[in-house]
Write a protein that binds this ligand. Structure first.
Ligand code: GCO
Ligand code: MG
Length: 444
């Protein structure tokens, strides 16, 4: 309804006076709101740059968004360990010119327009680049509001973020010792792997190598040795480490869907906290069958880049934990929408959080974890000294819980000069091919 309509019946003089009063009040309101945030007036993006550093060997990419307010900038994680160079190009050649002059406060508008500016979308490279920008804008928003980002989402639902540790070993006794070590340091949730993913050390008949198929460095993993070893590993850890420790395991998509059904049925008696990536993303269509056959909690999502992958699994209640890698989804903005969608279907969070994620990304995980009701568990790593030298304000892991720095924004900063001390390793970080006995390629 226009102002004039609500002033109908007033004389011309009274109408003019009332309209002048309205204009004065709205000008005052605009000035008050502008002053309410740090600095005054709209905040313009002046540059979007990317910082590459590898203090813990993984190729980390941190986006820095600079603004028209001197000293006010934001940081975001754009890390894609296996393909960092195309992400750098996407930021330098596309996102930087695209964003310059735009209002840094308009996070959703910038995200939506950057997302479609390539027309084709929902891929790992452009999503990681977009994530760096998006997280940096949320970091700026927090600094402008003088609040940690979790406060912008409604505040804390828990005092800290429960984390899981990674236990491993080549044989059962090594896995047992690793679990006991993590329990002693306060973890109550522990992922158990014997020989990494797929227990390749148990496969022994690499016929393809004798036939000279593939490259000598290609590795070998058959399903059967792994399928026989996993239940034995759970039984051994339950017998030696007790019934209360929460045990997780990552299948890492290395077996066939029907093998995943039988494996999860067999693991039920050991009460896993969750079994991760039992299927490859290309086999999402098998989740209804898997869901019908087993009560084992399922975690899936680290390889997802598109809403076409996560929306059906969440709305179909086909998984228990959504495990997307925030930068692979396009950043903090889509991740909080995923968390909200998941809440209505009682799917809990378990954001991907291994070494190929910068401390800014780990902080974004934790801020979201703090503020959502349907938090599940958080993957965590210990930052080495070099990482702590490059990044300040990193989330801290204490007694099995992650604590964020309560500074405004995500609370993490980077020393660009020190970042230069840790250039990317020379090797291109290929995920080495894994092959069945006959040489058939295995999903990694
Ligand atoms: C996990 C993941 C990682 C990935 C790695 C790929 O559950 O943490 O499976 O270990 O393999 O992030 O670069
Ligand atoms: Mg995984």
């Amino acid at each position: 309804m226009k102002r004039r309509d609500c002033l109908k019946g007033l004389s011309a003089g009274a109408m003019a006076g009332a309209l002048a009063w309205f204009d004065q009040r709205s000008a005052q309101a605009a000035e008050t709101s502008a002053k309410a945030t740090r600095g005054s007036g709209p905040l313009k993006i002046t540059r979007v740059k990317v910082i590459a550093t590898a203090p813990q060997r993984s190729r980390l990419l941190v986006v820095k968004v600079e603004t028209s307010e001197p000293g006010l900038y934001g940081l975001g994680c754009a890390t894609f360990n296996q393909r960092p160079q195309p992400v750098i190009a996407a930021i330098d050649q596309y996102l930087d010119p695209f964003c310059r002059g735009r209002d840094a406060d308009d996070i959703e508008d910038i995200w939506q327009n950057a997302y479609t500016s390539s027309y084709w979308r929902n891929g790992p490279v452009l999503n990681c680049a977009l994530s760096g920008l998006d997280m940096a804008l949320w970091d700026i928003k927090g600094k402008r509001a003088n609040m940690p980002v979790y406060q912008l989402l409604g505040g804390k639902c828990r005092f800290a973020v429960a984390a899981y540790g990674h236990a491993g070993g080549r044989v059962l006794t090594e896995v047992e010792a690793s679990v006991k070590g993590l329990m002693a340091s306060g973890f109550r949730h522990i992922r158990i792997q014997m020989g990494g993913y797929g227990s390749p050390q148990l496969s022994s008949e690499a016929d393809f190598k004798a036939a000279g198929f593939g490259l000598p460095k290609d590795t070998h993993m058959d399903s059967l040795p792994y399928l026989k070893a996993v239940p034995k590993m759970f039984e051994h850890i339950r017998n030696t480490c007790g019934e209360t420790v929460e045990l997780l395991h990552d299948v890492h998509e290395r077996i066939t869907p029907i093998e995943a059904v039988s494996l999860l049925k067999e693991l039920e008696r050991y009460r896993p906290f969750f079994i991760e990536d039992p299927l490859a993303p290309e086999d999402n269509g098998y989740f209804p069958m898997l869901r019908q056959h087993t009560a084992v909690p399922i975690a899936m999502g680290e390889l997802f880049n598109s809403p076409h992958e996560w929306v059906p699994l969440i709305t179909g209640r086909l998984i228990d934990f959504i495990r997307v890698h925030l930068s692979q989804t396009g950043g903090f903005s889509p991740a909080r929408k995923i968390a909200t969608l998941a809440e209505w279907f009682n799917v809990r969070s378990a954001w991907h959080g291994p070494g190929d994620l910068s401390p800014v990304g780990h902080a974004a995980n934790a801020h979201l974890d703090l503020a959502i009701r349907n938090f599940g568990i958080q993957e965590s790593i210990l930052f080495n000294d070099a990482t702590l030298e490059v990044f300040s304000g990193c989330p801290q892991l204490r007694n099995g819980y992650i604590h964020v720095n309560e500074a405004p924004g995500f609370g993490v900063d980077i020393d660009e000069e020190k970042a230069k001390k840790y250039p990317f390793p020379d090797d291109p970080a290929y995920w080495q091919p894994v092959r069945r006995r006959d040489g058939t390629a295995v999903r990694p």
